[in-house]
Each structure stands twice: as structure tokens, then as C-alpha cells.
Design a protein around this ligand. Sequence first.
Ligand code: SF4
Length: 681
Amino acid sequence: MELMSPAGNYSSFKAAIKSGADAVYMGLSLFNARRPAKNFGFTELEEIIHEAHENNTKVYITLNIDLKSNELTDAVKILLLLVKVKVDAVIVKDTAVIYLINKYFPELEIHLSTQFGIANSKAMTAAGKLLKAQRVVLARELNFNELKALNNDDYPEREIFIQGSMCYSFSGRCLMSSWNGGRSANRGACQAPCRFLYKKNDENIPESYFSMKDLSLADKIDVLNELNISALKIEGRLKSSDWVGEITSIYRAILDHSTEPDLDVLQKFSGRELAHGFYGGLDDLTSEQKIKQGQFSDNKTGDTSVGKGKYDLSIMLQNNKIIINIFSDYGNIIVTVPHKWIIKENRAIYFSELEQRISNTSFGGLFLNKFTIKDDFLVTKSQMKNIISEIGSNIAPLMNRERKFLKSINVPAEIESELKISSSDIFNRIPVDFRNATTLRINAKDINGILKSIGSSSVKKVVIDQAGPDDLDKIVELSEIIKVEISLFPVQFENDIHELEELISKLEHTKIRSFEINDIGHLMLLKNSKKPVNGGPFIAPYNHVAAKFMNSLGMEKVHMPMESDIECLKGLSGSEVKLRFTLYSKIPLFYTRAQNNDIHTGDKFTDFQEISSVVNKYKDISIYYSDEYFTTNGIDLNDLNVNELIIDLSDETDIIKKFEQLKIHPEKFKGNSFNLKRRLS
Ligand code: SF4
């Protein structure tokens, strides 16, 4: 089994190699799921990879976020660079990147990110056959039996996390951070609101309900060996080099059988209680969180500059010299200036004031991320001023150097034309306006409530979520009256597959019109179906190339992401693919397998910003829906044409009446515009 360590910066990289990692994974200054880490500049990559290969260590680059259309050109430039520097694999999430690698860069090995949420055999087959992944980083929510079901030579290699922090929500299906403030987990900007304290229902004292214990499978290595797991990944690209070095040595020794696993020793590497995660069962997964309300977890720095370039400063006074270490996404510099003599102490200021003075200042587009000072000291005001301009003049060119470097890479004409946004008018003729909505989304349990009135309404199609075998008769009855689409649930484990296959085969012989998929494995389940297949919100493309690729995989229409901002919608509207968009909906923020006897359906959790979610359940999965509705009302989307507009009234009463009212008077229905008035980071 390969031991893979995190390299959030150069010293962690060195520590990992020295301590026996077989591979390291690292992000670049753009497009990776650990934006708060320092990551690596494009210009230093070749040397890094050379150094790793000299030490027989593989390097995997994380390009594991969903990209907007206007980011694809830079992504291609990065792929060109990765081919040139002979990276060992790329860890990816966006299907456009997967498509581009398979078509233009076949020499690059694809590892599917855990954000893809691969958790069953059908998804594994799709990962190998449709996405041509050589390796899958499995969803972190599996147990050992489920891992066993995926032990098959026909599937891609399997990699799992062996140590590190865990998500409360199922991998890649979390919108909590995006809903809370536009910081998307799918785009590497999660602010970890699962670590926040929440008030439950009417309780006054907030508690930590969703903060997961950390994972360690150190004492399960033999089991993993038997299951033919290919790679074990240590999570922690935001950790220090000492941490990376020490933990890598421990796992190296365990893998080499030169030491026995000792969870007590490993515990010191974690700020939280260690456990076996979902491998150890579904309950008792969360624990008290030490951080305060509104603070971020210890492994997510208080990143004030997500979505912008950033730098850290570390300062010390030594031998009468002020030493300023600048660590940035684009390279590191040390600035040394003599400490000026202070004549009048009352006219001097403490050097730590620098943090506040530059916290909102951009140097060449870079913002301060983290400020550390060893033993504060006094400086004159004029020296402070000079030092600020010294820091600025050193940082600004760094960003330009990286930008220039990317700019200097030419995208081949063939790929450039692939990235061109074209007109989608032939497929998408419906202006985004409540009056044009004709599709209603409900849960299967809501069918009885609409059967009588649906025939005389303006609804032309009903999409049904959370359908099971017991709902078959109702579905048949409804499909005699109106077009029905069955949406497949976005979280599927191996045990769900058989029931799903049976349901699909029964539905195949009914009048239902189509299926909506929300997991890549659903494509395999439906491969013999004669009914059209559409993409649902949980397999949504974020850019026009991904939309086209999904269409080529068999999705007739694709759904735009629920967390879209205007930029994302505009890019997607250039797809030659039929687009669907939801105008009004509660947003599923967490899907979790974690069970907690203190949490029940209907419980409401409210964070320090007064943002609430309410729990619902489907089978063994708890879904935390936003308490507020998302609505496009009040947002000017006149330029945007789509193929189908959806109103989601799942779990509502008087559904048909509300559907009709919403179309005429959407302003009467309160809601939240989600990311439509802000930028999706
Ligand atoms: S908020 Fe969601 S994505 Fe972010 S750390 Fe928590 S569970 Fe994971």
C-alpha cells in the first residue's frame, strides 16, 4: 500500500519525503480544495517534482474543485504544465477537467477526488469506464463491508483516507458553507460551519452537534491490506512540516511492521478525539469542539482572503535586524531591514500594529492571510511606513510572475476552440421567470396531496424525489395524468443498489417519462433503460464543457448548480445542452450518515449568524434543509434562457395552490437569493 502524505508547502514536502512517504499530494496556487494552504507556485513545480522523483516519491497534484467556464483556460494551461513537468497523477473533481485530460492529455493519470462521493460498485464502474480514472479516492463514509464490495480488479485502484479530519456531510454533497456565506466546499473554500456551535430548537446554549471526531485507521492496516487498498492518505495540507514529518514516520513504521499501531501516540497529532470514522459504526461520530462559536477549526486557518491571492507574514527581531518572512501562494521571500534606533518611546508603535494596518491592503492582488510575530517590539512610525512599502514592493511582483508564467503558456488552437462558449439558443429558449415554470419537484410522500388537483393546474411535469418500492402505485397513478420524472437519491451505498435496480426495472414498464440522476453510478444503473436520463442538482456541471461532457455521457438535460452565482450561470448558458434551473427551493445543506439519538426529524439548528437548517430523514440518511427558501425573485436573470424551470415544493402543504401563486406573485414568498447576489468563492 502506498503511503501518501500532505504537502501544503515546501517544508512539509521535504518532511514527507524524508519521513518515508511513497507519494505526496499538493495544490497549486489555483484550483485546489485547500485554498488556505500555502500551496505551490507554478514556477517552482518542475524543481519540486524533480526532487520528489529523485527520492522515489510520487507527486499528485490536486485540481479537485468545480470550475466556472471562465476558469477553464487557466485549467488547461495548468494541465499543459503538468504534462511537461511529468506529474504522476492529477486529483480531479470537475468533469470538464476529466474530459479534457482524457481527450488531450492522455499521459496524465486521473485520480477521482473524494469530493466525487464514489461509494458503490456502480459508481466505481462508471469511474473506470466512463471517466477513465486510474484511481478513486473513495467517499469517507464507507464501512469495511462496503470497502470489500469494491474490491474488484475490474475497478480503478482504491485510495482511502487513513488519518485526519472528517466531514459531517457526505463527500461532495455539502452546501452548508456556500449557503452561509458563498464559500463553496466544492470549490475548495469551505469555512467548516460543521465545526460551529448551534442552538437546537429553543435551547439557549449553543453546542457542537456536527463536529466529527478525527479519523485514524492505524490499527486497521491489516484489514485494509486484505481488502487490496492501493493507497492510504494522510489528511492535513494545512498542518506544519513537523506534524507532517512525524505522522508520516509513524505510518511508515506501521506499514513496514517495525512498530505496533498506538492510537494514544497518534492522538497527539489531532486536536479532536480519534476514532474509526464511519468504519467504526454510524453513531458516536461527533465530539465536543474546543473552538469557540464562529471560529474556524484548527485545520482551517481563518482565511480572510479566499478567492483572492494571499500571503502570510512571520516576523522576528534578531541581532537588531527585523526579519520578515513572506510566504505566498506564488513563492516565498525574506526581507531583512535594520531596526532603527528609537529615541522617543512615546512616539513609537508596536510592530504588531502592522497586521491591522495592512489587513485590508492588496499588494498586487494579494491579501494578508496570517500574521505571526515572535516577541513584539517597538518601531518608529516612519520605519513602519517604510516597511509597509518594502513588503508591498516585494509581494506585488510575485503575483505578476505567476500570472506572467500562466500567460506565457499557449493553449493549442484545437483545445481553445473546445473551450469557446457558443450560443445555446436552439436548446434553451425559456427566459428565467417564474411565469415560465412548468415543472414541480416534490417528495414521493407528497404525491397523494397533488393527485386531485394536478390535472387542472399549469404543471406540465412532476419530478419525484425520495421514491421507494412502496410508492410505485402512486407513481403509476400520477404518471397516467402527467409527465413524471423519477429522481434518484444523491447518496447511495452498496446495500442500496439492489433495491434501486428493482425499482428502476419496475418503473421501466410504467408510463413515467424519464429519470433524474444524482450520482455517476446511476448512469450504469440506467444503461439499459429506454427512458431519457437527465442530470440532477447533485451531479450539476459548473461550466459549459462539463455540461457538454455530461450530455455526451447520456444526460439529455443538465441541472445548473444550486449554489450558482451569476458568473457560473452565464458560463453554463453557453452550453449546447438543454439546461434546467430551479427557481424556488429549500436547499439540502448536509446529507449525513451520522446518527445521533439526540437529533430527530424536524429539529432546527441555528448558528451564530442566525442561519438555520431543519432535519429531515430519508432511509438512514439525515438531510439538513435550509430553513429559508432559495428564490430567484428580485434577481435580474433576463439574459438567461434555459430549457426547463423547476419549482420545488417538497414537504409543503397546498402544493398546487402554492405553485400557481408563486408563478404570479413570487414576491409574496420570502426567500434568500443564495449566491446570486454575491460571488461564489
Ligand atoms: S461544512 Fe461540509 S464540506 Fe465543510 S468541512 Fe463541514 S461537512 Fe465538510
